[in-house]
Design a protein around this ligand. Sequence first.
Ligand SMILES: [Zn+2]
Length: 316
Amino acid sequence: MNDFPKKRFPNLSPLSFLLSPFSSQVTLFTLLIFFNGCTGSQRENDPEGTSSCIKLTNVCDSVVMVGIGWDNMTAISTQKGIVVIDAGISYSLTAKYREVIEKHFNRNDFAYLINTHAHHDHTRGNPAFSDAVIVGHRSFLTEIPAIWKDTDRVLSRASESISYYQAQLDSLPNDSPEWREALCNKNIYMQLLRDVSGEPEYAVPGLMFDDTLTIHAGDVTFCLLYFGRAHSTADVIIHIPEKKILFTGDLFSKYGRANFRTADKADTEKWLRAVDWIESRMTPVDIIITGHGEILSRDDLQSFNKTVRKKWGEIQ
Ligand SMILES: [Zn+2]
């Protein structure tokens, strides 16, 4: 997504894993990092309680998701270092996510950050991993400057979002789950506003590819495929065969709903190739993770493949 979602957190509760047909592959253990009982100095460093909003979820062995609601990233601990998929909307917030990941894995050697696409809610956090190799599709070079430089729009939309959530906070019962959700959402935009109001830091991929790329990180392999222009110009899908995980970025959401912004005939052959690529890996895939931390089912993936084939037929 490349806008400012005012939406509820994705369905990431332990219950959602229980309901998933592939729940057996997901560790039913959700660790909430709460610092409600934090010391005075922690309160001074974090007066808005942002850290208390950060949630770490175990996906499977050596794989965790970290974030606040829809602002979410996945980290995989490998023999060659930690690999992160996407980097969130705010550099300062992502720096906090990084601390949580380091603490969880008890290591701080980040080997790669792979961006599923160039939209700012996936890449503004890139500088928090500037010690890692940042990976993305080559069209980042053209897409990302336009996205990052549009600071007036970002500032105005972030301010609108803060007002929106403040109104919710004013109307909801204090400390109710909904109030807490609104507080955490407001925190995301406050961090973004601060980042963009100052001297924003940017970090573009140092390793770019045109078509496919395979990253061998010791015991874990990352197979990357360029999807073709669809949700953005730089959509990449990532398959980890050893973990049976597929990352789909923002290409689709539940029930296979395609989030395409571009439907150019020139890209449709690539879409079909990507769908074939996905289908050849579907049986071993057990966990499908979207760009905002939703866990989808194989049925969702099948619906998406059908949608793409239908779109292709309409465009021909
Ligand atoms: Zn996007």
